[in-house]
Design a protein around this ligand. Structure first.
Ligand code: FAD
Length: 475
């Protein structure tokens, strides 16, 4: 079976099927998994109170929320069930009551709170907030670490992942699909299309149904760890037709984010604009009393893929053996474990699936310096000196952790792939002090010349030539 696309949906599908008695292969166009929408989003595990009852979104959100905490625990992925508040101004009582009715219909725990009750949960609510809807089962997870950990576990359970392998052709010949990529052709009886923004394009390659697709960008501020103690829960405004609105939230890794905006965009437009940041600055004070833009360490942007009002997760109507996931916008991160569970059920209609007896459930985990006691660290340094060499001072990451990331089941071969695994370069200096050392480590460990070390996908080589040896005519 071939899974096309290594976002959170593809990785969750691969992870489930790798634990069954079938051979599974992922083809990912980027240099790593989690390089599309699953890399740049809010990281919220939504409770499920605002999805329209009866939709796939509602069904997968609620089921995904129930599954994701255990998944994060098994895989050692940062996650925190911190609850969420929808904070409403005077006149917002009707909106809160509507959300509460949807919560009840969707089977989601939620409570209507007065301003005073809400302040007990979130002391930093803005003065204008008069009532709130509290959902204790919401929280946050590291979206890319979850996708990577699922991919790693899939590899440990026998799956194969080929990166830098965009599927550019897909044919069905004599009951077999043949997927063409720059890395060669791959054949399988069953294909699961998890290509996110390009799901419609991939369907078109094999003559399957296509979808009118809309893209909307979401821009964010990322705040320093120092802001984390001010924010206890995920704070949303009342949702509108345009979406869930601009939130203030902790991240699972201890930062705070403000965002996202929602404006029409091209599929690959991840630029951050002055207008987008201005919109965030206008909206944050409506729910949160203590914005601190001077603590911003980075801005980023992710792009939503929208197809109609609901997710599409079903067998293709035109091509037998093709399972399609499309239009997986928010709450797609939360829903991914449940989407994968359903895709597995659909796959079972084509192939007899049985559990592997010896599947890995809790993969071995490399410790993090930031989590170690002095005694634990000393013991590790005695065995391996690389635990004593700190490469990223902001996020406290050692050489030993970077080496482990480079040799993980799905190896990190680029600077950004290492960054997403161990947070090197995600702190205040944003890699200013540590990126070159990370390049050296990748080069030494994988035997890749420094000039060929890439930041991320495509031709993103960082060091084009060695200055002291340069023949400047070459440049
Ligand atoms: C701004 C924003 C905020 C969001 N916030 C939340 C949130 O807080 N909570 C939540 O639950 N959800 C949230 N979401 C939604 C969530 O991020 C997405 O639903 C989810 O990441 C979609 O995952 P995916 O695997 O379908 O797509 P992607 O992550 O985009 O993965 C698709 C993959 O397919 C690959 N690909 C494409 N074409 C090909 C090809 N031809 N061959 C091989 N590979 C290919 C791409 O490289 C990519 O890696 C948010 C989304 C955005 C954009």
């Amino acid at each position: 079976m071939i899974v096309i696309g290594g976002g959170i949906v593809g990785c969750a599908v691969l992870d489930r099927l790798a634990r069954r008695n079938v051979s599974v292969l992922m083809l990912e166009g980027g240099d790593d998994v989690a390089v599309g929408a699953s890399r740049a989003n809010s990281g919220i595990v939504h409770a499920g109170y605002d999805c329209e009852p009866g939709t796939l979104k509602a069904r997968f959100n609620v089921r995904g929320n129930a599954m994701i905490w255990q998944l994060a625990e098994e895989l050692g992925v940062p996650a925190l069930k911190c609850g969420s508040l929808v904070a409403a101004p005077v006149g917002g009582e009707e909106g809160i009551a509507l959300l509460k009715r949807k919560a009840d219909l969707n089977g989601v725990r939620a409570e209507v709170l007065s301003r005073e009750q809400a302040l007990e949960i979130e002391p930093m609510l803005a003065d204008g907030v008069q009532s709130a809807l509290y959902a204790p089962d919401a929280g946050v997870v590291s979206p890319y670490q979850l996708a990577i950990a699922l991919a790693d576990r899939a590899v440990l359970n026998g799956a194969e992942i080929v990166t830098d392998a965009p599927v550019v052709s897909l044919k069905k010949e004599g009951g077999l699909f043949v997927a063409g990529t720059p890395q060669g052709e791959f054949a399988a009886k069953l294909v699961v299309n998890c290509a996110g923004a390009r799901a419609s394009e991939v369907n078109a390659l094999v003559g399957a149904e296509t979808f009118e697709t809309e893209f909307r960008k979401g821009e964010y501020y990322v705040l320093d760890h120092t802001e984390r103690e001010r924010v206890s829960t995920v704070i949303f405004p009342l949702p509108t037709a345009a979406g869930k609105g601009i939130l203030v939230a902790p991240t699972a890794d201890g930062n705070v984010i403000y965002g996202p905006t929602s404006s029409p965009a091209e599929e690959d437009d991840t630029s951050v604009t002055a207008e987008g940041l201005e919109e965030i600055r206008r909206n944050v004070p409506l729910t949160y009393s203590s914005p601190a833009y001077n603590k911003c360490i980075r801005v980023y942007c992710g792009v939503r893929t929208i197809v109609g009002h609901d997710f599409i997760v079903r067998p293709s109507e035109r091509v037998e053996g093709l399972i399609v996931t499309a239009g997986i916008c928010s709450p797609g991160l939360t829903s991914a474990p449940a989407i994968a569970e359903y895709v597995e059920e659909l796959a079972g209609r084509y192939l007899p699936l049985a559990n592997k007896a010896d599947a890995v459930i809790r993969p071995p985990r490399t410790p993090r310096l930031a989590e170690l006691s002095e005694e634990e660290l000393n013991a590790l340094v005695k065995k391996d000196k690389r635990w004593g060499r700190i490469v990223c001072r902001c996020e406290k990451v050692t050489e030993a952790e970077i080496v482990a990331a480079v040799h993980s089941p799905l190896p990190a071969r680029t600077v950004d792939a290492v960054k997403r695994r161990v947070r090197v370069g995600m702190g205040r200096c944003q890699g200013g002090f540590c990126s070159t050392r990370v390049m050296e480590i990748i080069s030494e460990e994988l035997g890749i010349p420094m000039r060929e070390i890439r930041k991320g996908a495509g031709h993103s080589e960082i060091a084009l030539l060695a200055v002291k040896e340069a023949d400047y005519e070459e440049v």
